[in-house]
Design a protein around this ligand. Sequence first.
Ligand code: HEC
Ligand code: HEC
Ligand code: HEC
Ligand code: HEC
Ligand code: HEC
Ligand code: HEC
Length: 278
Amino acid sequence: MNTCSNQRRTKKNERALLLLALTCTVLFLAGVASSQIYLPPPPPEPSEYGKVVLDQFSSNSPGGVVFDHWLHRSKFTCRLCHVDIGFAMQAKATGIQAASNREGFHCGSCHDGKRLYDGKPIFAACGDTSADKQCDRCHSLGKTGVRHYEYKAFVARFPKAYYGVDWQAAERSKAIKPVDFLEGVSLRKNHIEKRRDFTIKAGLPFVQPIVFSHQKHSVWNGCELCHPEIFPTAKKEAVSFSMYMNFDGRQCGACHRKVAFPLNNCGHCHPLGPEWIG
Ligand code: HEC
Ligand code: HEC
Ligand code: HEC
Ligand code: HEC
Ligand code: HEC
Ligand code: HEC
C-alpha cells in the first residue's frame, strides 16, 4: 500500500517535471520565435531604400531602369503618383512600357520633354533615339556616371533622422514642397476632408496604444492609397492590427517597410519603444 502510493507520487513528480520541462521548452521556443517576429532585418542603405528596378522589357536594350523614391518624393506627394497617375504600390506591377510612356502615361505623365518643373522642361522618356541623349538617365542599371542626381549630394541639405532623411522635418522647414497637382492629369477637387486622429489599441497588455495621425496621412496619401485596399474598413476598430502583418508588408508595413520610415524605428510608432533596432 505504502510503496504503491510512493510509486504514484514519483510518477506524479515525474509527470510534473516533464510538464515543467515541456513548458520551459515551449516558452524558450516562443521567445526565440517572437524575438524574430519583433526584430525585422535591418533595411538597406538609405540611398537604396525605396529604389525600384524596372527591367521587364528593357533588360537587353537599352538596359534596366532605376526609379528612386528619395528623389521623386522630395518633389511630389505619394498621392499624386499612386492615385492620380495610378502607379501600383508594388514593384513591377504597373506594366510600364516605352509605348505607355511615349503616349503620356506612367513616367511619361511628367517625363515628356515639355512639362515644367522649377521652370525647366522635364527630360522625355523613351523618345526618338536619334534626337534624345537622355535615355541612360533612366536606363541606368549597372551604368556609372549617367545620372545627374546622386543621393549623398542631393540629401545633404535635408534634416536627418535615425535612418536617412527626416522627410517630415524637411516638409515642416519647407526644404521640400511636394507638388500635389498635375495639370491635365489630376482632377480639380475640393480640399481633402479633415480626418480626426485616433489611437490604435494594442492587442497585448504591455504595448502602449499607438497614435495614428489620420489627418497627416491623408495629406500625404489621400484616402485612396489606404482605403479600401490596405484598410478595407469604413468602421473604426474593424481591422485587427498586428506587428506580424506589418513585417509581412501589409497594414502599416505596406509603406513603412519600403518607402516611409522603416519598421526598425519602433519608437516612432510606439512612444515608449526603443528609437531604433537593427
Ligand atoms: C513620382 C512618382 C512617385 C511618387 C511621388 C511616389 N511613388 Fe511610390 N512608386 C512609384 C513607382 C513608379 C513605383 C513602382 C511601380 C511599379 O513598378 O509598377 C512605386 C512603388 C511604390 C511602392 C512599392 C515598392 C516595392 O518595392 O514594391 C511603395 C510601398 C510606394 N511606392 C510608396 C510610396 C509612398 C509612401 C510615397 C510617398 C512618400 C510614394 N510612393 C511616392 C512612383 C511614385
Ligand atoms: C510626377 C512627375 C514625375 C513622374 C511621374 C516621374 N518622374 Fe522622374 N523626375 C521628375 C522630375 C521633376 C525630375 C527632376 C528632373 C530634372 O531635374 O531634370 C525627375 C528625375 C528623374 C530621374 C533622375 C535622373 C538623373 O539624371 O539623376 C530619374 C532616373 C527618373 N526621374 C526616372 C523616372 C521613372 C523611371 C519614372 C516612371 C517609373 C518617373 N521618373 C516618373 C518627375 C517625375
Ligand atoms: C523617365 C525615364 C525614362 C527615360 C528617360 C527613357 N526611358 Fe525607356 N523605359 C522607361 C521605363 C520605366 C521602361 C519600362 C522598363 C521595363 O520594365 O523594362 C522603359 C522601357 C523601354 C524599352 C523597352 C521596350 C518597351 O516596349 O518597353 C525601350 C526600347 C526603351 N525604353 C527605349 C528608350 C530610349 C531609346 C530612350 C531614350 C530616347 C528611353 N527609353 C528613355 C523609362 C525611361
Ligand atoms: C509604422 C508603425 C510601427 C512601427 C515602426 C513599429 N510598430 Fe509595433 N505595432 C504597430 C501597430 C499598428 C501594432 C498593432 C496595434 C498594437 O498592438 O499596438 C503594433 C503592435 C506591436 C506589438 C504588440 C503585438 C502585436 O503583434 O500586435 C509589439 C510587441 C510590437 N508592435 C513591437 C514592435 C517593435 C519591437 C518594433 C520595432 C522593431 C515595432 N513594433 C515597430 C505599429 C508599428
Ligand atoms: C495611411 C492610411 C490611411 C489613410 C491615408 C486614410 N485612412 Fe482612414 N483609416 C485608416 C485606418 C488604419 C483606420 C482604422 C481602421 C480600424 O480601426 O479598423 C481608418 C479608419 C477610417 C474610417 C472609420 C473611422 C473614422 O474615423 O470614422 C473612415 C470613415 C476613414 N478612415 C476615412 C478616411 C478618409 C475619408 C480618408 C482621406 C481623407 C482616409 N480615411 C485616409 C487609415 C488611413
Ligand atoms: C500609404 C502609406 C502609409 C501607410 C499605409 C501608413 N503610413 Fe505612416 N507614414 C507614411 C508617410 C509617407 C509618412 C511620412 C514620414 C516618412 O515618409 O518617413 C508617415 C509617417 C508616420 C508617422 C509619423 C507621423 C507623425 O504624426 O509625426 C507615424 C507615427 C506613422 N506614420 C504611423 C503609421 C501607422 C501606425 C500605420 C498603420 C496603422 C501607418 N503609419 C500606415 C505613409 C504610410
